[in-house]
Design a protein around this ligand. Structure first.
Ligand code: NDP
Length: 241
């Protein structure tokens, strides 16, 4: 059975935790990276050492032609994916008056345009499998509530939520679910500079989340047991909203 799941941005952070968690659950993982081949290879070796199966794919999610070419070639060789986790993302924070056009564009391109760039080449092959499939996208608490200093990031994540809900409507009768996971503050390189005592006091649970806590939910949403869950936004945020 082809149970391949592509996880974008899985050489580190939340993506890495997702790749590891789902490999342990028996999925064949397509580890995607942009720059860090050595980290991606290290993860692939780690997955092999625990008896899992993973291969590597490199592309920039902002490059539409590259996504199409590499993804189409990969599924020609290995078959259409069972699941896709759209995880790659960036922040370029700043108060709105100080935000450059480049800060705006790079966040929208990486976080929102990637929804189209990555999923568009993959959807019809998934539909043609005529089997259940799973899409999980990573949004954020900022995409639900907005956040000071994150107009660009909040807009990109709100866009992901709306795009995911719309795609879920289109794919529901094909047994392909589309859900969004909205983390709060999770300990990764992305949040290294943000995790102060003041910020912790804003979290009812009084701690940052772990990447593995996001990964557990993603694993569940990928599972056969989650077949009747679609078009949902599920938060992992220690009670932030
Ligand atoms: P990290 O910064 O730790 O990792 C981001 C990943 O995205 C990296 O693997 C990176 O690859 C990849 N990436 C970034 N830009 C591109 C690109 N243009 N093309 C391909 N890959 C790219 O982030 P997190 O693990 O913290 O975040 C993962 C997701 O979770 C993101 O979508 C983020 O917005 C979301 N999220 C995170 C929260 C948190 O608190 N950490 C909270 C809410 C949501 P490379 O190293 O090659 O650039």
């Amino acid at each position: 059975m082809n149970n391949s799941v592509l996880v974008t941005g899985s050489s580190r952070g939340i993506g890495r935790a997702i790749a590891l968690e789902i490999a342990q659950a028996g999925y064949s993982v397509v580890i995607h990276y942009r720059k860090e081949r050595s980290q991606a290879e290290e993860l692939q070796k780690h997955i092999a050492s625990i008896g899992g199966n993973a291969r590597l794919l490199q592309f920039d999610v902002t490059d539409r032609d590259q996504c199409k070419q590499i993804l189409e070639t990969d599924i020609e060789t290995h078959g259409a994916y069972y699941g896709v986790v759209c995880n790659a993302g960036i922040i370029r924070d700043g108060a709105f008056p100080a935000l450059s056009g480049e800060d705006w564009d790079s966040v929208i391109h990486t976080n929102l345009d990637a929804f189209y760039n990555v999923l568009h080449p993959l959807i019809m092959p998934m539909v043609r499998r005529r089997k259940p499939g799973r899409i999980v996208t990573l949004a954020s608490v900022s995409g639900l509530m907005g956040n000071r200093g994150q107009t660009n990031y909040s807009a990109s994540k709100a866009g992901i939520i709306a795009a995911s809900k719309s795609l879920a409507l289109e794919l529901a009768k094909r047994e392909i679910t589309v859900n969004c996971v909205a983390p709060g503050l999770i300990e990764t390189e992305m949040t290294d500079d943000i995790l102060s005592k003041e910020v912790m006091n804003m979290i009812p649970a009084r701690r940052a989340g772990k990447a593995s806590e996001v990964a557990s939910l993603v694993k569940y949403l990928l599972s056969p047991e989650a077949a009747y869950i679609t078009r949902q936004v599920i938060s992992v945020n220690g009670g932030m909203c």
